[in-house]
Ligand binder design. Sequence first.
Ligand SMILES: C[S@@+](CC[C@H](N)C(=O)[O-])C[C@H]1O[C@@H](n2cnc3c(N)ncnc32)[C@H](O)[C@@H]1O
Length: 483
Amino acid sequence: MVIENGVDRRELGYYSTPEFIARFMTDSMLAINPNGKYALDPCVGKEEMIKDFYHQNIDIDGIDIYNHGDYYYCNFIQGDFINFYKECKSNLLFDQKINLKYDYVIANPPYNCHELDYIRTNKRNLNLLFGNIGVHNMYSMFISAIIDSAKEGALISIISSDSFLTTRMHNPLRDQILKNCSIHYLILCPTDLFWDQKADVRTCILILQKGTNFQKSVRVLNRPKNRNELQLKLEHRSFISTELDTIINISANDDFEFVVDIPVEVQSLFSSPRIGETFKCITGISTGQDARFISKEKKEGFEIPFYKNPGTRKFYCEQDGFLTNDYLRYDKEIKNFMVRNKSYMLKEGITCSSMGVSFGACYLPAGSTYGVNANIFCNQADIWWLLSYLNSSLVTYIVRGILCRSNMITSGYVSKIPIIELDNVTKNLLEKIAKDAYGKRMSPKENSVTINLIDKIIFEKLGFTEEIEDEIIDFAANLKSRV
Ligand SMILES: C[S@@+](CC[C@H](N)C(=O)[O-])C[C@H]1O[C@@H](n2cnc3c(N)ncnc32)[C@H](O)[C@@H]1O
């Protein structure tokens, strides 16, 4: 994807917003405030998002770090928006706010600049500028800066990666949004939205208004199956209208996620005890250099089974390799070879998936070691029913639909999984099922009957409506398009 003058667009995090999305965003803002005069697109690109504002005679400023060519609709300012924000902030007197003049801010902030030099080179300054918001990626900094610099009543519409809705590191950003804005729309976009631009990004559209007293109901849309369905839903404005409370899932004292269309019955499960409160839920070894310290085959000096990511596998998985026998020595001698939670090494337990879309849990035999994925240690009596529970569609839904929509499930998320109340008879049943699946070394392709059985048992305990059950099952069975 090389543009005219040899710059790779992906390097700039460039993905063009489809016209129907830009139209929906502008129309929605104009419906809330038809009388604004000024608009800003702080990463204007090729002016994809601002045409409709222009046709409403709105005066538009467009900033971009890079000059993408002929600018027609906006007053183009070539520059770094983050730097612009920094300058605005540095000119403030105590307690003053930036209060930019714009009535509308529209943006599709740059995406995968995570690896880019920008953050690395400017880390110190960015850390000072963004404080607890963090400098994890470009789009979260853009969202934070846009909100902070907007005046009271300004409308803000952003299409961006949706990872900030759930990941723990973005809790402060969610907090900033809630404390400073009213939320009018939260829309999850289909995964294929940017496929034609070779981008596999999960995105959402957020329409906010600076100031909390504009809050009425929030219009939400769960992730449509594909781009056409999204277009139809936006055109027909078929949203669910809901109270702000229902899109906030409280998963810990200071943590919450923005969720879309998650039934209150499921959210209320979070008042149950959590995995991390009930059992030991931990990570293990990072070698800093897996190729050197982990062998694919068992051989002399590399004899300790090492598990790092069951991925799509449930109940049974083979080790991912064999760890060097000298791992405890290396922990002492090599700086970035780390063995955490040493007293739990070689114990039997449960090992959970980390990277990838799926969430699964497998039995971790005694004598094994494990990586930075989540691993659970409990009494022998609890291992097998818990294994069934963790592989249920309900837990997949909780983990991937509520706690973390991004592709890295750490022990922090697994710790937050609520454990529903189960009597001993039910636990025995679940135990049998898990032992059977493990004994048969069931592959992901073979386990659907087993999962159905577990789901049936769990749903019977919960008494959810059929509609909720169907939604949970559909989500878990179609993770790729539903997460
Ligand atoms: C995802 S593209 C969006 C382009 C266009 N606005 C659209 O919606 O189709 C992000 C844009 O941000 C620009 N960009 C990257 N870093 C920037 C920065 N620090 N300040 C301003 N613009 C930046 C890129 O050049 C690119 O045009």
